[in-house]
Design a protein. Structure first.
Length: 275
């Protein structure tokens, strides 16, 4: 976020490593975790929604084809924007608060929830949903490629439950899915970050998506649309590797348990309702 929105005339950071180094030096290691409250609150619901919608949409479409994988993923990406947009707005505002300061001189927001409440009081629902269209444009195809890549990778690597290397294969497939999904729509992520950061300090630069694209390109050239890409990809691989592998292993385990129960001879022992 900091690399995406920094002023090109007075840049604070030369690149990913310099940004990382500067935050620790100027703001301590806690500076790297600014805005963590928002993802902690939202990501559980987002992942539950994404995997639930994708699975149900794929079943509704009938056939498990590459096109249907893409469509089901896109549907999941579109629906989760309802939670994703306000969450990322709060995260962006919190991450930009007190840039370069060890101790904040002026704290606009106490935490992510306070940030959303203050935005709502000042700008209403429109303020809370700032960047919704750009989020929708980014997330819809991105999640389509996300699930399509994972499906193709797991089929190509032959990920089977009895395979002793299934976990490394799932981790690799999930990591690559994350990278492909981010590469597919990354320029729109830059625009989204700029729109959500716009208005901090009371100054508004952009009228909308097209105006932001035009002004960003005019001031900084095509490279502006790749700002922060390195740090995003470094994050994308481990995060999505862990996410996909966890979901897949959990579902495989639950399905194997169900199959075992169906095959058990004799009377079925009733399990406690909590299980």
């Amino acid at each position: 976020v900091r690399l995406q929105v920094q002023n090109v005339e007075k840049p604070l950071y030369r690149g990913t490593f310099h940004c990382f180094q500067s935050i620790i030096k100027q703001e301590s290691a806690f500076g790297l975790y600014k805005g963590i409250g928002s993802p902690m609150m939202g990501l559980t619901f987002i992942n539950a929604l994404v995997f639930g919608v994708q699975g149900n949409t794929l079943r509704a479409l009938g056939k498990d084809t590459p096109l249907n994988q893409f469509l089901a993923g896109s549907a999941a990406g579109a629906i989760q924007c309802i939670i994703c947009c306000p969450m990322e707005l709060a995260k962006t505002r919190m991450q930009l608060q007190g840039t370069g300061e060890y101790k904040l001189k002026k704290k606009n927001y106490k935490n992510s929830l306070d940030c959303l409440i203050k935005i709502y009081r000042k700008e209403g629902l429109r303020g809370i949903n700032r960047g919704m269209v750009s989020t929708f444009i980014r997330e819809t195809p991105s999640f389509g490629f996300y699930f399509l890549t994972y499906d193709c990778m797991t089929r190509y690597l032959g990920c089977e439950a009895e395979d002793s290397y299934v976990i490394p294969k799932l981790l690799f497939s999930g990591g690559m899915s994350g990278i492909v999904s981010w590469l597919s729509t990354y320029p729109m992520d830059v625009i989204k970050s700029r729109l959500q950061a716009d208005g901090i300090g009371g100054v508004t630069q952009y009228k909308g998506i097209l105006d932001c694209v035009r002004k960003s390109y005019h001031d900084e050239g095509w490279r502006v649309f790749t700002r922060g890409l390195t740090s995003t990809l470094l994050r994308a691989f481990p995060v999505n590797a862990a996410t996909f592998a966890t979901v897949t292993v959990f579902l495989m385990y639950m399905r194997s348990e169900d199959n075992l129960r169906e095959c058990e001879p004799g009377p079925v022992i009733q399990q406690p309702s909590s299980l």
